[in-house]
Design a binder for this molecule. Structure first.
Ligand code: 5GP
Ligand code: SF4
Ligand code: MG
Length: 473
């Protein structure tokens, strides 16, 4: 297990009409690595055949010249995964390629289906055999159902059967289809390359890497087709009939600062969150320091709003990746220590404001606070650029269990004592939503507020699809 056991989820990339499609996918996935490090995969099509390569680990570990070279064809989709539904393992690595009555299809999925278990039970009752434990296979099973194939738009019909958060890429031998759930929970962007070919990506940072121009997002409830005649759009849910619920946590923590998600740049949103935090919760202090990397943008904003100078308090070791595996608790805390080193001269004898984007379990934050104390910080005031995380996410973000969330069932005062800080303040929910460009009613904030915009009728535990024991190596 990684020393940091909080999990990201998935990243998608697809490109149509390029002889180097698999290679562009590889580059795109590399830049989306922050969205998932468990497994990676690419499927490419040449008009007839779909070839797929998947593996456990980072993009750079899964692919080499040989495997990329075999992914022939001018269209490809790719996926980086952290398991949300379905435990990690090679058989759950994506894209998932299957052959059904209409031919081969490959699917890559970012998000979480809420009714996957129910649908799967229904299919198993009719004798269907599932190869994986991920909910993505349920989508494929739905697509293969003859009565669904008989519909004018089988995919649109199927998407109306599934509930939850999803961005999906489908690769057929001759085209790519990209779909986004009616609430627009996860981001999905469309880009155009210099030669006019199109690509799609979870975040615009992947478009930048392949030198594609950002065109727009796939709209909530839209299916975009990329084929030999260009880009085509259709809707499986009438636009404007569902109020969007964009995931606020994308802006707060998940997305890359260079990306634009939900049509605005992530770094600048985070800076505004920090400014607002500075206005809501000022404190007399000598320096503001960020917890790198995720706290950097907010710390800049906090400093700008409060007038307290920004100082570099920590240096991050960029080489302590997944290789630093420590099975014991002591080993894990050593790893946290190794990841960030305090610059004593920045904090010794000073009143320090520490800014971070979020606190989940609180354990790594506590370690960093102790390190600041040992380096001589006279006062430590922690400021967090989102409200206390108190509720689970059913839409694809793999938080620890509710009981493990440090803010669950605890007051700010109690958390402050646990962390060992002189003061602690979180950004208010209204303050956070005010920093986004869109209508505050168009964002999901369930993990802070407990208000679930998509009814969570069937809660799927990560392992609830794992009934049979099967192993693949
Ligand atoms: P904690 O003190 O809760 O152990 O760690 C807080 C840190 O975890 C923050 O710096 C925050 O950026 C980071 N964080 C928040 N959510 C996630 C997540 O889902 N995955 C990972 N790896 N880190 C997270
Ligand atoms: Fe995002 Fe939180 Fe909503 Fe999950 S519950 S989709 S993490 S805002
Ligand atoms: Mg962080």
């Amino acid at each position: 297990m990684n020393y940091s056991d909080k999990k990201e989820y998935c990243g998608l990339f697809g490109v149509y009409g390029r002889p180097d499609a698999a290679h562009l996918c590889y580059q795109g996935l590399y830049s989306l690595q922050h969205r998932g490090q468990e497994s990676a995969g690419i499927a490419a099509a040449d008009g007839q055949t779909i070839r797929t390569h998947t593996g456990m680990g980072l993009v750079g570990e899964v692919f080499d010249q040989g495997s990329l070279g075999q992914l022939a064809g001018n269209m490809a989709i790719g996926h980086v995964r952290y398991s949300t539904t379905g435990s990690s393992g090679l058989r759950n690595a994506q894209p998932l390629t299957v052959e059904y009555s209409r031919g081969p299809v490959s699917v890559a999925h970012n998000g979480n289906l809420i009714n996957a278990q129910l649908l799967r039970d229904e299919y198993e009752a009719y004798g269907h055999i599932f190869q994986t434990t991920s909910d993505t296979e349920v989508i494929v099973a739905l697509m293969a159902k003859p009565s669904h194939i008989a519909k004018g738009d089988p995919l649109g019909h199927v998407l109306n059967h599934i509930q939850g958060a999803y961005c999906l890429l489908f690769l057929y031998p001759d085209r790519i289809e990209a779909a986004r759930d009616p609430y627009g929970i996860r981001p999905l962007a469309i880009g155009r390359l210099a030669d006019g070919s199109y690509c799609v990506a979870s975040e615009t940072c992947a478009l930048t890497i392949v030198e594609a121009e950002y065109i727009r997002e796939v709209a909530p409830g839209e299916i975009v087709t990329l084929d030999a005649s260009g880009l085509h759009s259709r809707f499986f849910v009438k636009p404007g009939t569902v109020t969007p619920a964009h995931c606020s946590f994308e802006h707060v923590y998940f997305a890359d600062p260079s990306s634009s998600v939900f049509d605005e740049n992530v770094h600048h949103v985070r800076k505004r969150l920090g400014m607002r935090l500075g206005e809501e919760s000022p404190v007399d202090a000598d320096v503001v320091v960020a917890i790198p990397d995720s706290g950097r943008s907010a710390a800049m904003g906090y400093s700008a709003a409060s007038g307290v100078p920004l100082e570099r308090g920590f240096v991050r070791n960029h080489y302590i990746g997944r290789t630093f595996i420590q099975p014991t608790e002591k080993g894990r805390s050593d790893a946290v220590k190794m990841k960030l080193t305090v610059i004593r001269e920045s904090v010794d004898g000073k009143r320090v404001v520490v800014v971070d984007d979020s606190i989940v379990r609180g354990t790594t934050t506590r370690g960093k606070i102790q390190a600041l104390r040992s380096a001589g910080a006279r006062e430590i005031h922690m400021r967090v650029s989102c409200p206390p995380l108190r509720h689970p996410c059913f839409y694809g973000i793999d938080f620890p269990t509710q009981e493990e969330l440090i803010a669950h069932g605890r007051t700010v005062e109690e958390i402050s004592r646990f962390l060992g800080v002189d003061s602690l303040a979180y950004l208010s929910l209204e303050g956070m939503l005010a920093c986004f460009k869109g209508d505050p009613a168009h964002y999901c904030h369930a993990c802070w507020s407990g208000t679930y915009r998509i009814p969570v009728t069937y809660t799927v535990s990560k392992f609830s699809l794992e009934r049979h024991q099967m192993q693949m190596f």
